[in-house]
Design a binder for this molecule. Sequence first.
Ligand code: BGC
Length: 552
Amino acid sequence: MTEHEHRPWWHETTIYQVYPRSFADSDGDGIGDLPGITARLDHLVDLGVGTIWVSPFFSSPQADFGYDVSDYCDVAPEYGTLADAEALIAGAHERGLRVMFDLVLNHSSDQHPWFLESRTSRDNPKADWYVWRDGRGPGGRKPPNNWRAAIEVKTGWQWGEERQQWFLASFLPCQPDLNWRNPDVKAAMFDAVRFWLDRGVDGFRLDMFGSIMKDPEFRDNPLRPTMSRVTPPRLYPHEFTENTADNIELARDLRAVCDEYEPERVLLGEVFGPAEVLQAYTGGPGGDGLHLAFLFEFLVFRYDAGWFHDVIARFEHAFPAPAQPTYVVENHDRSRSIDRLGGDEEKARVLATVLLTVRGVPTIYMGQELAMANTYRPLRDALDPIARSLAWIPEPLSKRLPERLNRDEVRSPMQWDGTLNAGFCPPEATPWLAVNADHRTRNVADQDGRPWSMLEWYRHLLRLRRDHPALHAGDLHLRSGLGAGLLAYDRRHGDDHVTVAANLGAAATWVEVTDDQRLLAASAEDVHLADGRLYLPPDRAAVVGSAPPNTG
Ligand code: BGC
């Protein structure tokens, strides 16, 4: 492969997720907005990421903070206007950034005019736009089958009084599932997709993509308890409600819509399932389905060299080049990674090193580059609808839940500086969620230019990734048979050879490197290179290699 060979932009990109409500508030209402994001785009440029993914900002009653859309082609007033969305795209493109929006195709809000009409009768023009079914038992008062909602103790079916029928809501009751088997629905949704493609968006993150096409026969899901740490907590296999053959087909249809556009637009699916299923979505080399699928294992990483070795090996095996694995350690639904690491920043630097030097597409969640932490909020005060539904759990008990489900805790405002409200909104405004008290010492302004700050570490790693073909385009070879606690791999592209080593163990260790390799990045000052060996105290990571070709 030559360095000038054409590689699709999304093979080499790095993604930064912005949760718009919490990123930057430009008008002082305490809610982040699109002009706020546009005004802060230089932060992303300085950080060195390639793509910004913006969580939903479309018209919405905000019952699930934007994942309940009431107009796919307009912007919720608290986030701005259509012109602001266009300005965000233009501002990003001027700076060489790509833009991905978040498409919520599985369900709309129950306040969407389509649903308001659909629910009125069994024969209105939109009657069949959602998944309606007669119930079982006397008067049809029992749900049609055993399909569950996201919080699985409850049925996914909701009673519609006017129609005397049930509608399916696979996530929350206020998010009715659209009936994609109705060609009019599919056409209307694809029009919404084209609406944003016409405005120049470079791609989409696809919310709950795996759940869109359900079994046409409405068969019960098997009653076989399962517990996965990777998927959202679930009790039953979703055999008939997730990853159906028709859903894989839908990925191809959506891809065809994107392929109507130049330059290439990209689809990144939130899909849960085993490797074969994810491969089916992405369609293998030259695939005609989704370009990328989120691999969520790293969201529940174990800080253990063997664990990382095995997961990277599995991803490499399942997504060989030219396919691209994806890596993500945080998002707006799951715990901040620093909390998973017991607040240990040395370990967070090791984690960042792995995330940003493996082969594939990494995603960084806003604030992760500062080691922003969860902002504790008891379930009884939750704004997050999932957490509210769990508010009955007494606090001492809920605090001990292995995975606290209050998503507010990971959505606190971005910490720009040490002033009141962290520069997220004016000091006199009230942010929609409280700012983390640690913003006085943990913020962009403080970490900017400060040697050894987390922000500078992310910037440095991302710069290396851009500069070194081995890191953005090379293959990956995991070293095996290493000492306990040591993770190491080589990345190569042409003459460019980079070695990454991380010591996750309790004792100091070393790894062999070649004579021409020098230290390109070390997570702390006490890492050193001597006599063809890279020495790493515990909780240290380093990158060694030759100078990148383009800098001599
Ligand atoms: C999103 C959540 C959202 C849900 C329903 C998820 O996968 O990431 O934030 O609440 O889909 O749309």
